[in-house]
Design a protein around this ligand. Structure first.
Ligand code: HEC
Length: 227
């Protein structure tokens, strides 16, 4: 939800400050209530005597029980109250962004392009392409290893220079976009003269998203239409 790490840090930090202030206020109120209660109940000498006897007995016992003097009780209660309030605040003040990130990890990008059918319709249903992103996909998708951008430069596959113009002429009655789409999703449907089939990976239909395909087609149309 909050992607900017500085902003996330600020939110966590401010939540923490708020938590400290709230806990301090609640702790002060609790301490006041508890101490006013004990002021009215200051232990009598007899009670103290009984307590000391009990403590001495406890210290001699095998368990060596820990005893809390009546005077220390308000502080113990306030301390326990502070810890309880601290735990509760840390649960409820945690920003929702952190919770949702730990509970629901980001869903992996689902790819899966149609490899057959009416390519004109399939292309029309793609999202709007961003030609600028085509260069990035050319590099990250590995096309760069087999397709040059220089005129007539042959790598494993043909150069992309002017590829969109040639695409319109490869198959009769098949448009440049349709041909390019099919060449990417099922490379062996048409093998360019002088090149070997089976070299271009047939996996792009699985690894490219509909947006990636739209971006590549926009890029071919804009940047590879040299005559
Ligand atoms: C391992 C090498 C290799 C990789 C990687 C590769 N290709 Fe190809 N590609 C080829 C070969 C070889 C051909 C020619 C044979 C054929 O038509 O299948 C070809 C043909 C093509 C054609 C048809 C070109 C024409 O002139 O008719 C297009 C379009 C194409 N590739 C796009 C891509 C795109 C986009 C990528 C990256 C997402 C890519 N290729 C990745 C080897 C590769």
């Amino acid at each position: 939800m909050i992607d900017n790490p500085n902003l996330l840090f600020a939110v966590v930090f401010i939540s923490f400050l708020v938590a400290v202030v709230v806990m301090g206020a609640i702790g002060a109120v609790v301490a006041r209530i508890v101490s006013s209660f004990f002021e009215k109940n200051v232990p009598t000498d007899a009670a103290m005597k009984a307590f000391e006897t009990a403590q001495a007995a406890a210290l001699n016992s095998p368990q060596k029980a820990m005893m809390i003097t009546p005077q220390a009780e308000p502080f113990v209660i306030a301390g326990v109250g502070f810890i309880v309030v601290f735990i509760l605040t840390s649960i409820f003040v945690t920003p929702t962004s952190i919770k949702s990130e730990t509970v629901a990890p980001p869903v992996a990008k689902v790819a899966g392009l149609a490899i057959s059918g009416d390519f004109t319709k399939i292309i029309a249903d793609l999202p709007k392409g961003n030609a600028d992103n085509g260069t990035k996909l050319y590099n990250s998708g590995g096309c760069v290893g087999c397709h040059s951008l220089e005129k007539d430069k042959r790598l494993v596959g043909p150069s992309f220079y002017g590829a969109f113009v040639r695409a319109a002429t490869r198959k009769p009655n098949v448009g440049a976009k349709e041909y390019t789409y099919e060449s990417i999703v099922s490379p062996n449907a048409f093998v360019v003269d002088g090149y070997q089939s089976g070299l271009m990976p047939p996996t792009f239909a699985k690894t490219l998203s509909a947006q990636d395909m739209a971006d590549l087609l926009a890029w071919f149309e804009r940047d590879h239409n040299q005559q």
